[in-house]
Design a protein around this ligand. Sequence first.
Ligand SMILES: [Zn+2]
Length: 344
Amino acid sequence: MNADARREAAGPPSPAPEPFVRTVLGDIAPERLGRVDYHEHLFQTTPLLPGEELDDEDLSRGEAGLMRAAGIDAMVDATPWGLGRDPLAVARISHAAGVHVVATTGFHREAHYAGRSEVLELDEERMAAQCLADLLEGQLAVDALPGAGARERPPLGPAGAPVRAGLLKAGVDYWRISAFERRALAAVAAAHRITGAPVMVHLEHGSCAHEVLDALEADGAAPERVVLAHIDRSPDATLYAELAARGAYLGCDGAARLKEWPESALIDAIDGAREAGHGDRILLGGDVARRSRYLAYGGMPGIPYLTLRFVPRLERRVGEAGIRSFLVDNPRAFLRWPAPAAAG
Ligand SMILES: [Zn+2]
């Protein structure tokens, strides 16, 4: 296969010969991201959160605008396949609010697809093909069952190009990795091996962290390219240091969840990991994710809570340089795809 044919097989060429971040409006230099909230949702519907649907473009655009005004320049929309993604609306919001958005592909933990046997029976190959199509060709306007019939052409977003996902995601349950979830991890690893795209894994209450890294590593995805989302539901500096020593990013997105412990526990754990030399592995997000908690939908505390309330408290412990690494340098390194020539 000559170089042109190889490029064609790998999908549309990227305009950038350098490492890049794949956003919903196109590929950009990582340096352009600015301050990144690594985990939010503009759209999400799931049977696990009845009444908490994020499904109104005007209101989600309003929340994105509030986030932007609160000092965030870029976000990951962490909603994976089949849970109410709306890629064209996400791209329009990105454009209107002036926020870079990295969209997600992959599959959440099994419970989100309860009763959808046609989804839970998907094999690894079809799951991987869906991930690659979203990453390389673009997302469909509405998610269709992977591999069911001929795939339509993805529609064009406001930038005149298809809306491509820039990140892979899988999810696991509380101390359980079901057969479906294990296939999703394998599919995500397969798509990662081909593209080099970053990988997020949803952990339930911070459990299964080492086990998830073991599975991904066995399938050829290095921990250095993986963020363990919700690891701070187990606010434990010792655990953080172990996982960071393996190379994984620590997805700290539990601010404002006050039922289990005070935020000072999160600050202690983050600062403990930083003091142990792992400050370059920490990512910050809000994962607010519910309409009852979005300001624009009439709830609270809203996405801006992260930068307006939590970050200033954390900054008093870790300093400006610490916050800069958590919000700017670390997500920039994590979200980067390799230069196209290296993506194979
Ligand atoms: Zn989330």
